[in-house]
Design a protein around this ligand. Structure first.
Ligand code: PMP
Length: 455
């Protein structure tokens, strides 16, 4: 029998407990060294955490955070039930780290069709924990200390801290609103990039640009011309494009969602990011993906295998079946993608009309399930605090949820700190809601308007 040399484990533990041999050791000793990694400096605050809590505490109607309050399609929940309780008990175990084979296969077929190119499920597609993790993997995989990353404002707020965590420098370029034609409501298409300003942001240090079309929060769907402008600059300066297309199916009025990866010179330098949460109205499932050339995806796989490694198998199986159905029904009226955007367009139109009627001027979105509205006419009801650091729209939103029970999101939360006051009289509504929820919001606003106008 083998005998271990030296003291036994029991002896070691007893000694440790009594403190023998550890002159300065005390069970009570507090750490005095700074524990926070430097990369977290300045990114610890997150307005969503605060707003979601306020909405949970005070709201009777929540049009804030972006998620549907209607159920997902039956074919998807049935697929999930089959995956959970069916005969294939292997679905309760790990699957392939870079994506459950049935899901990557169908995603490769689907996106291959959309992009008109042959995709290899194993190398051109990778599954992630929602689009959020896909974004995180991209920044970690491509951004080095000091690299510049261009972000178009207003932007989905996690881009900035994610770039900073990777050691990069976010460089912001705004979409600037143009006055609409007389008597017309403003459209998200009226928010445009200034081509010269955009070009001026590309430098020797620029590594990537983040594109989000359709855009959260404005609902802007970038036109082919606008995308060509971005693409030409990417090619000219040899820059990557991280293309967040999570709302790709939510486009209205027959608008076309153009994939920047399909433009000349762009496939090789673009990572497309998608989300089953938005695609199938299951935000809680947290299934996302990246699609792109292997020369880019190989590095995303490296980040994934050294962080998350693996995503929930059952959810991937159900999403795979959902995509299989959509592949078969592609372009047909029964397709969920077509039905969902039709339904949401009706809700958008209803909310546009409701907000316009009370004087919260809506910016009509071309896509997504968000709508931004101008609160200027309601400002007199919500006290301003001169010299406050907090943007006005943020105080407005907090006041409204506490006093009126209606939760929304301030537009300033989609701007970097330096630009938060540039457009601080707008709020964002989410209209992926049951008609009853939208009507309840309308009732609150109508009542408020009446109180304002009655002597
Ligand atoms: N990108 C954008 C533009 C989003 O709006 C969201 C979700 N709100 C995400 C990415 C994250 O998507 P997921 O829930 O799939 O992580």
């Amino acid at each position: 029998m083998l005998r271990r040399a030296g003291p036994s484990l029991r002896h070691f533990l007893l000694e440790r407990k009594s403190g023998a041999g550890y002159s300065s050791y005390s069970g009570e000793a507090k750490m005095s060294r700074p524990v926070q990694a430097r990369r977290l400096e300045g990114i610890d605050k997150n307005i969503w955490v605060e707003l979601v809590k306020l909405a949970a505490t005070y709201s009777t109607v929540n049009l804030g955070q972006g998620f549907p309050d209607f159920p997902p399609p039956d074919f998807l929940t049935e697929a999930a039930v089959r995956a959970l309780s069916g005969e294939n008990h292997a679905l309760h175990q790990y699957t392939r780290a870079f994506g459950h084979p049935p899901l990557v296969k169908v995603l490769a077929q689907f996106f291959g069709k959309l992009l008109e190119r042959e995709l290899d499920p194993m190398t051109n597609v990778m599954v992630t924990v929602g689009a959020y993790q896909a974004l995180f993997c991209c920044f970690q995989a491509f951004v080095d200390e000091g690299d510049e990353v261009i972000i178009i404002e207003p932007f989905f707020d996690c881009y900035e801290p994610m770039v900073k965590m990777a050691g990069g420098l976010p460089v912001f370029v705004p979409l600037r609103p143009k006055a609409p034609k007389d008597g017309k409501l403003m459209s998200s298409a009226d928010w445009q990039l200034d081509p010269a300003e955009l070009a001026s942001k590309f430098t020797e240090q620029t590594k990537a640009i983040v594109l989000n079309s359709p855009n959260n929060p404005l609902g802007k769907v970038f036109s082919r011309g606008e995308l060509e402008l971005i693409a030409d600059l990417c090619v000219k300066h040899d820059v990557l494009c991280i293309s967040d297309e999570v709302y790709e199916w939510l486009v209205y009025d027959g608008k076309e969602h153009v994939r920047i990866a399909s433009l000349r010179g762009m496939w090789d330098r673009t990572v497309i990011i998608g989300s089953a949460g938005k695609t199938f109205s299951v935000t809680g499932w947290k299934v996302g993906w990246t699609v792109g050339p292997n020369r880019l995806l190989q590095h995303i796989r490296t980040v994934h295998q050294n962080s998350v490694y693996h995503c929930a198998t059952v959810a991937q199986e159900a999403v795979a079946q959902g995509f299989q159905r959509e592949l078969e029904l592609y372009g047909k009226p029964e397709s969920y993608f077509i039905q969902l955007s039709k339904e949401l367009q009706k809700k958008r139109d209803w909310l546009v009309q409701s907000l316009d009627a009370v004087g919260m001027k809506p910016i009509v979105p071309e896509g997504t399930y968000f709508l931004v509205a101008d609160i200027s006419q309601f400002k007199s009801d919500v006290p301003d605090v001169p010299d406050s650091d907090e943007p006005y729209d943020s105080r407005f939103v907090k006041w409204m949820v506490k006093n009126k029970g209606l939760a929304t999101i301030p537009l300033s939360s989609f701007y970097c700190r330096a630009h938060k006051n540039n457009y601080n009289h707008f709020i964002r509504f989410c209209f992926a809601k049951e008609d009853a929820t939208l009507k309840a919001a309308n009732d609150i606003l109508q009542k408020w308007k009446q109180e304002k106008t009655s002597p």
